[in-house]
Design a protein around this ligand. Structure first.
Ligand code: COA
Length: 566
C-alpha cells in the first residue's frame, strides 16, 4: 500500500512506524504537518491508500479525512480523549495504560477504533514512556490496524468499545501542574515534573527567577532545610528540599529570557549554582542509599557495567570529561569485560547542542565538545586490556551512534533505532573516529551509503550492515537481563586472554597502517570548517533544533511525493 504519514515531526515514534511498515513491504511517504493547504496538496500528489498520523497536535483537515481513511495514533486507552493523555495518566498514578489507533473524524479522538494495545506504566518521564512503552504498543497497534485495512478496506467490522473506562480530559494547564512546596512530598514533586517532561515543563521559580523544571529525581537523604530551599549541587543538577526529603532538578528553561531553551540547571544558573555546596558521590558508590547520579559503575560476575544516563542522550564537554574519568576508573579494575549501558532512553546522541547554543561562542564550545567526545572515543578504542560491549537499551544518533562502534561488540534491543549520520544537522561532517570505525565494520558497500542515507536504521538492518553484532530482548528488562548473562559468559570464557591478545594485535596493525591521530586530524579539519567556515548551515540547524522550531517544509528525503519537482 501507499501510506502517507502526516506528522508534526519525524520523531522517534514516527521513525519506528516508518521502519515497521516499510519492512512489511508498504511504501511510506512523509508530510510534516505545516498547514492545511500543504497537507491537502500532499494527499493530492501522493494519492495514498491510507493516511497515518503518528504524532499530531492539530486536527486533520476535513477535505482529507472525508475521502481517505486517516488513522490517528493516540497515546491513551480506548475512550480517552484530549491532548494531555499521558500527562494525566502519570499524575493520576495509572498502573495500566494503552495506545489506541482511531479514525479521524470531525470530533477529536472520537472516531471508530481500529486497534488498541495495553501497556504497564512505569515510574518515568512522559517522554521516556512515549519513547519506550508507547512506541512499542503503537508499533503493534498500527501494524494490526494496517492489516485490518488491507483485509477489509475502509469499513471494517467495528471494535466493541463498550465498557471502556477512558474519557475526555481537558488539556492539562500549568495550574494543574503547579508544585506546592509547602505540602507536596518528594514523590509528588517528581511525578508532577515527570508528567511535563520533555514538554512543557512545570512552571516554577528557582533562585527567584521564573522557569520551567525538567529532569527530576527523588533524593533519599533528607536535608535539614525548609521546603523549596536549594541546598546543593551535583553534576549539572541542584538539590531542592521538600517537606519530606528532596529532589534533584537536572534541567530548566528560564522564562525571564525571551529566547530561552532547556539547559542543565548549572548552566542556566551558572553563578548561583557555583556557590552551592557540592554533594558529589563516587561513580562506583552503591546505588542504595547514595541515590541519583548520571554516571554509575558497578561490577558483578567478572564484568564491569558503566551507565551514563545523560538527559536526552546529549553529552556536553563536562559530561564527556566526567565519563572519561569514570572509564579510566573502570579500566583500572580487574574486570576484563566492560559493558557500556549508556542511558535508559538513549544510548547517546552525541555532542550537547543546547549547551553549545548557550555558550558565548557556540563555535568554540562545539570545538571543545567534539574534542572531548573524541578523547572519550579514543580511550575506548585504546582499551585493549578489556573487551568492551556497547549495550543499547535505547536509540543512538549521530556521534553517539559512532562512539558505540568503538566497542568490540555492539548489542541492541529489538526496536532500537540508530541514526548513524550527521548530515541532518546542517551537513556536519562528523568526527568520533567514524572514518576509522565505520569502514572496518561494514559488511557490504562503502561508508557513503550509511552517511548519505539520512534515514533511521532499525537495529535489525544495522545488524545486516555490520554496525550491530546482536539484537535481542523485546523489553528493556529482558534486554538488560540477557546482556548480563551474555557478558558474564564472555568474562568466563577460557579464551578471553587470547581474544584480548588478538584485539591488541589488530589495534597495533591498524595503528601501523594509519595512526588514529591521522583519522582525527582529517575529521577535525572538516569539522573546523563546519564550525568556523563561511557556511553557517550547522549553526542555523542547531539553533532551530534546540528551539524546536517547526520546519517550514518536509525534507525531500522523507517526502517521496515531492520528489521530481512536485
Ligand atoms: N543535544 C541536545 N539535545 C538533544 C540532542 C543533542 N545532541 N539530541 C537529542 N536532543 C534532545 C532534543 O532536543 C529533544 O529535546 P526535548 O526533550 O526538549 O524534546 C530530545 O532530545 C529528543 O530528541 P528528538 O529529536 O525529539 O528525538 P527523536 O527520537 O525524534 O530523534 C535524533 C533522535 C538523534 C535523530 C535527533 O534527536 C537528533 O538529530 N539529534 C541531534 C544529533 C546530532 O546532530 N548530534 C550532534 C552531532 S554529534
Amino acid at each position: 500500500m501507499r501510506i502517507l504519514f502526516l506528522t508534526r515531526s519525524f520523531n522517534g515514534l514516527a521513525q519506528r512506524l516508518y521502519l515497521e511498515l516499510t519492512a512489511l513491504g508498504h511504501e511510506v511517504s512523509v508530510e510534516l504537518d505545516i498547514a492545511d493547504a500543504v497537507t491537502i496538496e500532499a494527499v493530492a500528489l501522493y494519492r495514498p491508500d491510507l493516511v497515518i498520523a503518528p504524532f499530531l497536535k492539530r486536527a486533520i483537515p476535513e477535505a482529507v479525512w472525508r475521502d481517505t481513511v486517516c488513522l490517528v495514533v493516540h497515546p491513551g486507552i480506548v475512550g480517552d480523549r484530549g491532548p494531555s493523555a499521558l500527562d494525566w495518566a502519570i499524575v493520576d498514578g495509572e498502573r495500566a495504560w494503552g495506545v489506541t489507533v482511531l479514525q479521524a473524524e470531525a470530533e477529536l479522538d472520537a472516531g471508530p477504533v481500529w486497534a488498541s494495545e495495553p501497556f504497564a506504566m512505569r515510574e518515568a518521564t512522559k517522554s521516556s514512556l512515549y519513547r519506550r512503552e508507547v512506541t512499542e504498543a503503537a508499533a503493534r497497534a498500527v501494524t494490526r490496524a494496517v492489516q485490518r485495512f488491507a483485509a477489509t478496506g475502509p469499513c471494517p467490522p467495528p471494535i466493541d468499545t463498550r465498557g471502556a473506562r477512558g474519557r475526555w480530559r481537558a488539556p492539562m494547564q500549568q495550574a494543574d501542574r503547579r508544585i506546592d512546596w509547602e505540602r507536596d512530598a518528594a514523590a509528588t514533586v517528581v511525578r508532577k515534573i515527570r508528567a511535563a517532561d520533555g514538554a512543557p515543563g512545570v512552571l516554577d521559580r528557582l533562585f527567584g527567577v521564573p522557569c520551567r523544571l525538567f529532569d527530576a529525581h527523588a533524593e533519599r537523604q533528607a536535608p535539614d532545610a525548609p521546603p523549596g530551599c536549594v541546598v546543593g549541587r551535583r553534576e549539572g543538577a541542584v538539590l531542592r528540599a521538600t517537606v519530606d526529603g528532596a529532589v534533584w532538578i537536572g534541567h530548566v528553561r528560564r522564562e525571564d529570557r525571551g529566547d530561552a531553551f532547556k539547559l542543565p540547571t548549572a548552566v542556566a544558573f551558572e553563578d548561583q549554582v557555583a556557590s552551592l555546596p557540592e554533594r558529589s558521590i563516587e561513580v562506583d558508590a552503591p546505588a542504595d542509599p547514595c541515590g541519583w547520579r548520571e554516571i554509575r559503575y558497578e561490577a558483578a560476575g567478572g564484568v564491569g557495567y558503566l551507565s551514563f544516563d545523560f538527559y536526552n542522550g546529549a553529552m556536553s564537554t563536562a559530561q564527556c570529561e566526567r565519563l572519561k574519568a569514570a572509564l579510566r576508573l573502570a579500566l583500572a579494575r580487574p574486570e576484563r569485560v566492560l559493558v557500556l549501558f549508556g542511558g535508559t532512553d538513549f544510548w547517546s546522541n552525541g555532542i550537547h547542542l543546547n549547551v553549545i547554543e548557550a555558550a558565548e561562542s557556540p563555535a568554540d564550545e562545539s570545538w571543545r565538545n567534539i574534542i572531548a567526545i573524541d578523547d572519550l572515543t579514543q580511550a575506548l578504542i585504546e582499551a585493549t586490556d578489556c573487551l568492551v560491549v556497547a549495550a543499547m537499551q535505547g536509540n543512538a544518533g549521530a556521534g553517539g551512534a559512532f562512539m558505540a562502534l568503538a566497542a568490540d561488540q555492539v548489542w541492541a534491543r529489538h526496536g532500537v533505532i540508530l541514526n548513524p549520520h550527521y548530515k541532518n544537522m546542517g551537513n556536519l561532517y562528523g568526527s568520533e573516529y567514524w572514518t576509522y570505525l565505520l569502514p572496518r565494520r561494514l559488511r557490504a558497500g562503502g561508508p557513503g551509503a550509511v552517511m548519505e542515507h539520512r534515514l533511521p536504521v532499525p537495529a535489525s538492518r544495522a545488524a545486516e550492515l555490520g554496525l550491530v553484532d546482536a539484537v535481542f530482548g523485546d523489553t528493556a528488562q529482558e534486554f538488560v537481563a540477557t546482556v548480563r548473562e551474555r557478558a558474564t559468559a564472555l568474562a568466563a570464557r577460557s579464551d578471553l586472554p587470547a581474544l584480548l591478545d588478538a584485539k591488541r594485535l589488530q589495534r597495533g596493525r591498524d595503528e601501523a597502517a594509519k595512526p588514529l591521530a591521522a583519522y582525527r586530524e582529517e575529521e577535525l579539519a572538516r569539522m573546523r570548517r563546519n564550525f568556523y567556515g563561511f557556511d553557517p548551515s550547522y549553526h542555523i540547524a542547531r539553533s532551530n533544533f534546540v528551539r524546536r522550531v517547526a520546519p517550514s517544509w518536509t525534507p525531500r528525503h522523507l517526502a517521496i511525493h515531492r520528489r521530481g519537482g512536485g
